[in-house]
Design a protein around this ligand. Structure first.
Ligand code: RAM
Length: 391
């Protein structure tokens, strides 16, 4: 099972690297209506809310663009409501206000595992549909969770990529990170490689899920004595200033070879901090938006990837993630989609796909269910030029 998922992921990454983008950016512009849903700020009755972890995160803004596109095409009423801070309390307060305003649905990326029960129960009792996306909500209240791709695959790929980067190995041309990593480790006899993680908040479900999968990967025999099984973790709360402070702490401690940042906010902060400290040898990889990372990455096949702070990194199509979350939300409201294992929904508009059916599966880590969009991409010197324009 584990092996199967890993293979699917590496195969998908390899394919995406070869074939590039399979989906397009929505043509509609962003209509982000960030901020608190205070009374008198527009009629939200019957609205389809998209709530990200906080405002000011372009990953959330892009996801909303995809969400908005699908909801609008279906004749719904999309609205973007995120708190200013990445905290559970700030989201809970906003959800409470949205219940009063009688919204139809809340599609949310959460800031924590706990602390939502009371407000989610209140929302559910009021008939509001709750779907989580990116960072999951409790299975007791969500209809389903929309995950960009297998959590395990991301955890494995991040560790394998960081290991290869520490050994100054280019992104493998066949996309098979696992084999490349095992092969390179066989002949490695240098000092023990150490990784740092610059994450979002200490409680964020999605990042903690990936970190747990990284730690599992590091327990494999191939890493023994060569790569430390202990990750040094720091939390920047998906806030640019706090993330920069934490990135600078990694630089001054100078204890790790590679920083892995499983958040687009951490990636930019670490990229900038490392760029401001050119004598620092720490490299960077993680989950980043190509459009935000071009200053820190190679862009031509002739480039030496190791002249750059981040030789390669990963992400998925954020617009598609928003589209699928909107499709699940709309189907739950209008087409009897239950979110139970085996239940399906169809998305008429899906980037360049004319139509696609999504199947609901058991979530691997909780008793709820999920839908996996399933298309991670790797970004490296051969394809960055093309991706910076798209994502
Ligand atoms: C950030 C957010 C989000 C994560 C991406 C990769 O923008 O923290 O939760 O999925 O990065």
């Amino acid at each position: 099972m584990k092996k199967g998922l890993a293979l699917v992921l590496s195969a998908t990454i390899a394919l995406s690297s070869l074939f590039g983008c399979t989906s397009t950016q929505p043509t509609t512009g962003p209509a982000a209506d960030n901020g608190a849903a205070q009374g008198g700020g527009g009629d939200l009755q019957g609205a389809n809310i998209f709530m990200f972890k906080s405002t000011g995160n372009s990953f959330g803004d892009k996801m909303y663009e995809g969400f908005q596109e699908v909801i609008t095409k279906n004749g719904g009423k999309p609205a973007y409501k995120s708190p200013a801070e990445t905290t559970v309390a700030a989201q809970v307060k906003l959800i409470d206000e949205l219940i009063t305003q009688k919204v139809a649905s809340i599609t949310i990326s959460t800031n924590g595992d706990t602390g939502y029960d009371e407000v989610f129960k209140k929302a559910k009792d009021a008939g509001i549909k709750i779907i989580s996306v990116d960072s999951k909500a409790s299975p007791d209240y969500r209809i389903t969770h929309v995950d960009p791709t297998s959590q395990e695959g991301i955890g494995q790929s991040l560790v394998q990529a960081a290991t290869l980067i520490a050994m100054k190995k280019d992104y493998p041309s066949d996309g098979d990170l696992k084999s490349a990593c095992e092969e390179a480790l066989k002949s490695y006899s240098g000092k023990e490689i150490k990784f740092g993680v610059l994450s979002a908040s200490i409680d964020t479900p999605v990042q903690n899920g990936w970190i747990a999968r990284m730690e599992e990967e590091l327990k494999r025999d191939v890493y023994k004595g060569k790569v430390s099984a202990t990750l040094t973790k720091k939390y920047g709360n998906d806030d640019p200033t706090a993330s920069t402070t934490q990135a600078n702490a990694f630089i001054s401690e100078n204890n790790v070879d590679v920083i892995i940042s499983p958040t687009t906010v951490g990636m930019v902060a670490a990229g900038q901090a490392l760029k401001s400290n050119p004598s620092c040898k720490i490299k960077l990889t993680g989950l980043g938006l190509p459009s935000e990372m071009s200053n820190f990455m190679p862009a031509k096949s002739s480039d030496n990837a190791f002249d750059f702070i981040c030789p390669y990194m990963f992400l998925w199509d954020v617009y598609d993630l928003g589209r699928v979350a909107a499709g699940a939300t709309w189907a739950a409201l209008n087409d009897g989609y239950t979110g139970a294992v085996g239940s399906t929904f169809k998305l008429a508009e899906f980037g360049s796909y004319p139509s696609r059916t999504f199947e609901t599966i058991q979530h691997p880590a909780d008793k709820g269910t999920e839908v996996v969009v399933g298309k991670p991409y790797s970004f490296y010197k051969d394809n960055m030029e093309e991706w910076v324009k798209k994502l």
